[in-house]
Design a protein around this ligand. Structure first.
Ligand code: AP5
Ligand code: MG
Length: 226
């Protein structure tokens, strides 16, 4: 049975930055609902059209759409060694739904990690974030700039600012996180199922490398206990 890991945390905590590394280092597939929704939006699919107004406003896309998307993604990718979820689940209903989606595949969540970052740092990170339009590689104007201004080091694509990184939308995303997503942490903390090795708080207010190493340490600890 594969390993299923959830990376949670507020907007800008570093879920995208770290989940790419976890997937690569642990051989897991990465399921980032934000990236999947942005791809659907760019491709103009019905899902993208339904999600657009919510994303622009910093609100959550309805749970049934999200669970349908993740169900398809779990089928589409082989994910035979498991998956790391980035930005999902974001509501208690999504967490319960994910439990059912994994159960019908004979799997369950092993580990939940919450990357914690203070609000001032979040604002700094999101205002400086740039994303490659072609390959989605992440940059930060101060903390991880590209070699050539405005161009992706990996593929030469153009670097863009995400539309929902405007200050007003960031404030709304933060409020939505504390109203709708914080309760998911309590949900997993109360979860008495045997597979879940627990909920670990990761100090995200550290360098990208140090955060990566804290996550790696935790995962190897969980693996050793399995
Ligand atoms: P989503 O794309 O998931 O956005 P988010 O949760 O707000 O998180 P971000 O992607 O903004 O931040 P991140 O934690 O990935 O940080 P990153 O690594 O980029 O969702 C967007 C929208 O889609 C939602 O608002 C909603 O509408 C919808 N949606 C998505 N999933 C949904 C769901 N399950 N249900 C309903 N709706 C859903 O890092 C940020 C920046 O900081 C980067 O520039 C990076 O280079 C830099 N950085 C990272 N780590 C460090 C560090 N340690 N030190 C310095 N800089 C760092
Ligand atoms: Mg992200």
């Amino acid at each position: 049975m594969g390993r299923y890991v959830i990376l949670m945390g507020p907007p800008g905590a570093g879920k995208g930055t770290q989940s790419v590394r976890v997937a690569r280092d642990e051989g897991l597939c990465r399921i980032s609902t934000g990236d999947l929704l942005r791809a659907a939006l760019d491709a103009g699919t019905p899902l993208g059209q339904q999600a657009e107004s919510y994303m622009k406003a910093g609100e959550l896309v309805p749970d049934d759409l999200m669970l349908g998307l993740v169900d398809e993604e779990l089928d589409r990718k082989t994910c035979s060694d498991g998956a790391v979820f980035d930005g999902f689940p974001r509501t208690v209903q999504q967490a319960q739904g994910l439990g059912r989606l994994l159960e019908k595949r004979g799997a369950a969540i092993d580990q939940v990690m919450v990357i914690e970052v203070p609000e001032g740092e979040i604002v700094r990170r999101l205002s400086g974030r740039r994303v490659c339009e072609s390959c989605e590689k992440l940059y930060h104007l101060s903390f991880g700039p590209p070699r050539q201004e405005g161009r992706c080091d990996a593929c030469g694509g153009e670097l863009k600012q995400r539309p929902d990184d405007q200050p007003e939308t960031v404030r709304r995303r933060l409020a939505v996180y504390s109203e709708e997503t914080q309760p998911v942490i309590d949900y997993y903390q109360r979860d008495a199922s045997t597979s879940l090795a627990g909920v670990t708080m990761i100090d995200g207010d550290d360098s990208i490398e140090d955060v990566a190493s804290a996550i790696r340490d935790r995962l190897s600890h969980v693996e050793a206990e399995r």
